[in-house]
Design a protein around this ligand. Structure first.
Ligand SMILES: Cc1ncc(COP(=O)(O)O)c(C=O)c1O
Length: 359
């Protein structure tokens, strides 16, 4: 039976990327060595990192003056690395859920933190950004609750921030839509949703934003170390970086970010439309403009809650994988990352329709 992978992360990757990775595990580019055993210092690997950085820049139209780093530690390490490098006195945060809260907790160890607004099931827009903040931090997609800062609300943030540097956690929506990188000093995220298997973290950093704090920064936590070392100051996660390169090539070959954005829009419309018109289910995010295209959360309507386990079993029997909602939200979550195609979302919609007919 065909499986449809709706896991929230680690998550679906393009089939051809998985196949190419498997080939490289057996024989990396005809070298007679596995990608698992090549040295990152060997002649083979530098071109991989260089091409991955170049493709990231090309696909997101990243302007001059920025570097793309591939590091370890996950987005969670960035929650402390960002303030280590950027927070002298005060940072401001838009709190849109669990991941924002974790970033806020770490920043509090470095200076004053102002939470300008908080909401888990909508994206606030009625707030001011303190103009004396060292940076303003946002989480563009709320993986757990299923909200996303849409382009219009991002544009409001760009207008509101004035000269305050902007930092974003884009773990779960990077490369899913165009983004004006010139508005940001740092964009970071775990790659295990739209890019690669778990183990690598991408950081897009504006070089001129660094070197402004007075504290000592441990070598490994200083972005400048990794810029100088070309992401190879220490042993990098070789395999996930290689797969990230393959995913970036896949994205470019298919039409780049405009292509994937159109596909992501179509997928989200298909599933939300089904849920909005469903007899049994309802999306958890009612404010349509704040709905995530990446993580679509839904629950059973009042009166039908008892069907929770039954629907889960039904969907599993039809090949749906990873649709259980996060424990904080309950219900169901279909993560429709870049590699999920329209056919996969249609299969879930068909499964929902089929189930509805039974009730
Ligand atoms: C928005 C967001 N930020 C941060 C993280 C944490 O990432 P990591 O596990 O790579 O530390 C996640 C993981 O799901 C996430 O969705």
């Amino acid at each position: 039976m065909k499986k449809y992978n709706f896991n929230a992360g680690p998550s679906i990757l393009p089939q051809e990327v998985i196949k190419q990775t498997a080939e490289a595990v057996l024989d990396f580019q005809g070298e007679g060595l596995s990608v698992l055993e090549i040295s990152h210092r060997a002649k083979y690997f530098q071109p991989v990192v260089d091409e991955a950085e170049a493709l990231f820049k090309e696909l997101l139209n990243i302007p001059e003056g920025y570097r793309v780093l591939f590091l370890g530690g996950g987005a969670s390490l960035q929650f402390c690395m960002v303030p280590f490098n950027m927070l002298e006195k005060k940072a401001a945060f838009l709190n849109t859920g669990v991941w924002s809260k974790k970033a806020i907790k770490e920043a509090k160890g470095f200076g004053e933190v102002v939470e300008v607004a908080a909401s888990t099931n909508s994206i606030p827009n009625d707030y001011e950004i303190p103009q004396d903040a060292d940076y303003f931090h946002i989480t563009t997609n709320n993986t757990i609750f299923g909200t996303e800062i849409n382009d219009a609300k991002l544009a409001e943030i760009y207008a509101k921030k004035g000269n305050v540097p902007l930092v974003a956690d884009m773990s779960s929506d990077i490369l899913s839509r165009p983004v004006d990188v010139s508005q940001y000093d740092i964009i970071y995220g775990g790659a295990q949703k739209n890019l690669a298997p778990a183990g690598v973290t991408f950081v897009i950093v504006k070089e001129s934003a660094l070197g402004k704090v007075s504290r000592y920064i441990p070598t490994m936590l200083d972005y400048r170390t990794h810029i100088d070392g070309g992401s190879m100051f220490n042993t990098p996660p070789v395999l996930p970086i290689y797969t990230a390169l393959l995913t970036l090539r896949w994205l470019k070959a298919n039409g780049g970010v405009p292509w994937i954005e159109a596909r992501n829009k179509a997928k989200a419309e298909l599933l939300y439309n089904c849920l909005d018109n469903s007899k049994l289910f309802t999306p958890t995010i009612l404010n349509r403009e704040d709905r995530s295209r990446m993580n679509i959360c839904f629950v059973l309507k009042p009166g039908y809650e008892d069907l929770q386990d039954d629907f889960f079993k039904f969907a599993t029997s039809r090949g749906m994988v990873g649709i259980k909602g996060h424990r904080l939200v309950g219900g169901f979550r279909a993560s429709c990352y870049n590699a999920m195609d329209l056919e996969g979302v249609q299969a879930l919609v068909d499964c929902i329709h089929e189930y509805e007919k039974l009730h």
